[in-house]
Design a protein around this ligand. Sequence first.
Ligand code: HEC
Ligand code: HEC
Ligand code: HEC
Ligand code: HEC
Ligand code: HEC
Ligand code: HEC
Ligand code: HEC
Length: 384
Amino acid sequence: MSLWNWKVGGGVIVLAFVAGAIIGSVGLKKNSHLVSSSDSDTWSNPLQPAYIDDVGCAQCHPGQVADHAGSGHAQTFHSGDLAEQFEMLRDRSFRDEERGGTFTFRAEGRQLVAEFENGTRRERLPIPFALGSGTHATTLISLLTSESGEPTVLEHRVSYFATDRRLGVTPGQAGLIEAEPVDCLGRVYRGREATNCIGCHTTTAKIRGRELNDVRANVGCESCHGPGRGHAAAMEANRPGHEISSDKGIRLAKGTVSSAEEIQLCGKCHRTPEMLPAPPSIADPKIARFQPVGLLNSKCYKRAEGRLRCTTCHDPHRTVDRVSENYVATCLACHSQSDAGDKLCPQSPKEKCVSCHMPEVEVHPGISFHDHWIRVRQPADERH
Ligand code: HEC
Ligand code: HEC
Ligand code: HEC
Ligand code: HEC
Ligand code: HEC
Ligand code: HEC
Ligand code: HEC
C-alpha cells in the first residue's frame, strides 16, 4: 500500500527516548515551550501582510543581505521539485541493518520518493522537504494527515551526512521502537513538535494537512528582526528612527537588547537550558550542540556583567568564521591585562585559546560542535 495515502491514527506512538539523540527536537522536553508565545503566533499566523522578505530588505541593507545569503541560516530549508539537496540522494540505497530492510531514493517525475523494502513489505513516500544546509547533515521530511487534524511531520529514517557523503540513520532514530507501520520510514512528530521542526528552519510556515502554506523558507532577516513592512515604509517616508524598537517594528537595533535577551533570541532555536530534559551537566558532552546553554553556564558570561553575548564573537549575518585564531583577540579583550584584574592564562597567554577552552566535541559520529561552556577543562572532560 502506498503510505502517501496513509492516515496516522490518533493512537499513541511509543517512541523510545534515546540518549544522545542530536538532530531534530530529540533531547528536548516534550511540549516544552520551544518558542515564546508571540513568536509561535507569528509562525502559525504568517498571513499577516507584515513581511517583505529578504529581497525587500536588500533595497536598503545590501551588505547584510549579501553576507546572510552565504550563511547556513539562508540555506536550511529546501522544498520543491528535486531541489539540489535531493540530488545527493537520488538513485542511492541504504541498508538498514536494525530494521532488516533497504531504503532506495528515486526520482519520479520531478519528485523524490523514498522506498522501504524488507521482503515482506514495500512502503513508499514522496519527499517534499529537506532540512539543513548540509554543513553537517540534511534530513528529509514529509507531512502526514492525522485523524485529529494536528500537524504531523515524518522525519525520514535516512539522512545525508556531508562530512563523508554517506547515507545513514538520522541521529536520534537508532534504536527507536516501531509502533506503527509508518515508523519503518522514520519518526513521527505531532502538534507542537511538528510545528517547531519546521518553525526553527523557516521564517514563516503553516502546516495544513500534507501541505505547507505561507512558506518563507530559511532563517531570514525577519526571523530575528521581526516583520519589516512597517519599518520599511517608515524609512521610505524618510522618518528615520521611527518603528525601530525591540517590541515594535524592527527588533534588534543596536543597543536595544541586553546580552541576556540576545542569547534568549538565539536560544529560541539554538536551545536554552529550559528546553533540555534535565539541568545541563558538564558530564554530558552532547550539550555542546546547544551553544546558548554552554555560554550561559560559563564564568565568562556569568562574571562579565552583561558584556558577553553571541554577537561579541559572531556576526549574526555571516557564516561562522572557521579560523580559530581569529577569536583570540576577543578573548584577550578580557584576558590580557592582569593589572586590570583580568585572569590571564598561565599556559598560553596569547594564542590558541579555542583549542583548549572551547574544543570541538563529537556529539554524533561525524558531527562536532565547539563547546561554548568556556572553562578550564579537567582531564575527565577529554574522555568524551
Ligand atoms: C529561527 C531559528 C534561529 C534563530 C533565531 C537563530 N538561529 Fe542560528 N541557526 C538556525 C538553524 C536552523 C541553523 C542551521 C543552519 C544549517 O542548516 O546549517 C543555524 C545555524 C547557525 C550557525 C552556523 C551556520 C553558519 O553558517 O555559520 C551560527 C553561527 C548561528 N546559527 C548563529 C546564530 C546566532 C548568533 C543567533 C542569534 C543572533 C541565531 N543563530 C539565531 C536557527 C536559528
Ligand atoms: C528548537 C529549534 C529546532 C527544532 C525544533 C529543530 N531544529 Fe534542526 N536545527 C536547529 C538549529 C539551531 C540547528 C543548527 C545547530 C545544530 O545543528 O544543532 C539545526 C540543525 C539541523 C540540521 C543540520 C544542519 C547542518 O547541516 O548543520 C538538520 C538536518 C536539522 N536541524 C533537521 C531538523 C529536523 C528534521 C527537525 C524536526 C524533526 C528539526 N531539525 C527540529 C534548530 C531546530
Ligand atoms: C540570526 C538572527 C539574525 C538574522 C537572520 C539577521 N539579523 Fe540583522 N542583526 C541581528 C542582531 C543580533 C543584530 C545586532 C548586532 C549588534 O548588536 O551588534 C543585527 C543587526 C542588524 C543591523 C544593524 C547593523 C549591523 O549590521 O549590525 C542591520 C541593518 C541588520 N541587522 C539587517 C539585517 C538584514 C537585512 C537581515 C537579512 C539579510 C538580517 N539582519 C538578518 C540578528 C540577525
Ligand atoms: C526603504 C529602506 C529600508 C528598508 C526597505 C529596510 N530598512 Fe532597515 N533601516 C533603514 C534605515 C535608513 C535605517 C537607519 C535608521 C536610523 O538609524 O534611524 C534602518 C535601520 C535598520 C536597523 C537598525 C540598525 C541599527 O541602528 O542598529 C535594522 C536592524 C534594520 N534596519 C533591519 C531591516 C530589515 C530586517 C529589513 C527588511 C525586513 C529592513 N531593515 C528594511 C532603511 C530600510
Ligand atoms: C567579556 C569578557 C570576556 C570575554 C570576551 C572572554 N572571557 Fe573568559 N572570563 C571572563 C570573566 C569575567 C571570567 C571570570 C574570571 C574570574 O573568575 O574572576 C572568565 C573566565 C575564564 C576562564 C576560567 C573559567 C573557569 O571555569 O575557571 C577561562 C578558561 C576563560 N575565561 C577563557 C576565555 C576564552 C578562551 C575566551 C575567548 C574564546 C574568553 N574567555 C572570552 C570574561 C571574558
Ligand atoms: C567567546 C566567543 C564566542 C561566543 C560568545 C559565542 N561563540 Fe559561537 N563559536 C565560537 C567559536 C570559537 C566557534 C568555533 C569556530 C571554529 O570553527 O573554529 C564557534 C562556533 C559556533 C557555531 C558553529 C558550530 C560549532 O559549534 O562549531 C555556532 C552555531 C555558534 N558558535 C553559535 C553561537 C551562539 C548561538 C552563541 C550565543 C549563545 C555563541 N555562538 C557565542 C565563539 C563564540
Ligand atoms: C594548551 C592549552 C591552553 C591554551 C592554548 C590556552 N589555555 Fe588557558 N588554561 C589552560 C589550562 C590547563 C588552565 C588551568 C590553569 C593551569 O593548569 O595552569 C588554563 C587557565 C586559563 C584561565 C584561568 C586562569 C586563572 O587564574 O584561573 C584563563 C582565563 C585562560 N586560561 C584563558 C586563556 C586564553 C584567553 C587563552 C588564549 C590566549 C588560553 N587560555 C589558551 C590551557 C590552555
